[in-house]
Design a binder for this molecule. Sequence first.
Ligand code: NAG
Ligand code: NAG
Ligand code: NAG
Length: 424
Amino acid sequence: MSGRLAIVAVLLAAACAAPHDGDHMGHTPEHYHHIHHGAEATSHNHEGGDICLTLSQPNANFAFALYKSLSAKVAADKNIFYSPLGIATVLSMLSTGARGDTHSQLFKTLSYSDGQLTQKAVDEAYEHLIHMLGHNQEAQQLELGNAMAVSNELKPLDKFMADIKHYYSSEVFNVDFSNAAEAVVKINEYIAKKTMDKIKDQVKELDPNTMMVLINYVFFRGAWEKPFDAEQTAKKDFQVDENTKVEVDMMKRTGRYEFYQDQDNHTTVIMLPYKGNTSMMIVLPDEGKMKEVEGYISSDYIKHWHDSLFRSSVDLMLPKFSISAESSLGEVLQEMGIVEAFGDKADFSGIIEDAKLKVSKVSHKAVLSVDEKGTEAAASTTIEIMPMSLPDTMELNRPFLVFIVENSTKSILFMGRISNPTAA
Ligand SMILES: *[C@@H]1O[C@H](CO)[C@@H](O)[C@H](O)[C@H]1NC(C)=O
Ligand SMILES: *[C@@H]1O[C@H](CO)[C@@H](O)[C@H](O)[C@H]1NC(C)=O
Ligand SMILES: *[C@@H]1O[C@H](CO)[C@@H](O)[C@H](O)[C@H]1NC(C)=O
């Protein structure tokens, strides 16, 4: 049976460390609408954050399993950056329509079956998670959204449509896939709008069999709680690997940070908080130890480091950079155990009964930019009382790992390895 119709999943993620000049982070009308959806909001339990935490451990397990698979494929001098939360969300949304082994493989790989979670429990947890993350503040903008472009020839089951709208806040729009060029434009326009033009032309072409495109985007923009002073930024070398050196704009700040040096495990860890509930955790392996750290890193290590952090004076040097990483996840997800969804035995009878669907492609793109900002908000420059001791030094002049984590839901929004901050 070669004539299977295709589902394509497109995942996008953008993270900016800071607002750009003159950008006051205006909320989009959709966003405004979301916050003020009134009656519906009262059905969410703001106090009981527990239901959001349902996903925290499985999503972290999935995030690290994905890192292991990706890093095995990506050369050491190339950056890796993705949104594990975004990828888990879209796969969970897909699983609402999966049945049989197609469903159990999705659940196993997403690490939901360990905790004996049902689809309904997962759906409800996402509903709350998406709601919690939607509470933006002046200084922080975080958008996690889902959408589905569906062929006007396809009539998905009402239950599937209702579930993805209700639990995953998914927007659904019709596309005429028989006109592939136009469909590509329409989907790309949607994505560009949702990511504030950070991600454009994500979809290059579509298989003529495409019936459905699942879209997930995560857009995060935060301002450092402790901005860097641009006057201290200077050109410095960054050692990509033994043979490659690049020049970066190295930002510098001396201040009090949550910091931990794990000598046994050859790493130094620092937390850089954004305003709001989100922080960037940076893990810097000792020189030549990246491979080793990548080999053992897991959510247990992150937890150990997180619990070991203590406030110290640190001379921090962090390159200013903007990177974009694209990954084609089809092969990686199959290696991780999601096999049937991509093949002719795929069972998506929960999406539609009388058509044979399979997933043909999963593409993901994430961008990250990090700069000094916050400095423009001169009024918020923080003056810190420094103890009279020599600060520790942390110079990010060689490959390091980054995690952008949201504290109230304990989610890893983004993670990756910055091997070369100058690679586009
Ligand atoms: C090294 O990592 C292991 C596993 O997380 C942990 O038990 C140990 O305490 C770590 N060493 C230090 C010095 O933190
Ligand atoms: C994270 O959240 C917990 C409770 O949810 C709170 O006690 C803690 O102070 C928060 N940490 C940060 C860095 O915001
Ligand atoms: C931060 O988390 C707390 C709950 O832990 C929540 O009440 C608050 O609204 C969150 N703030 C932002 C900006 O998301």
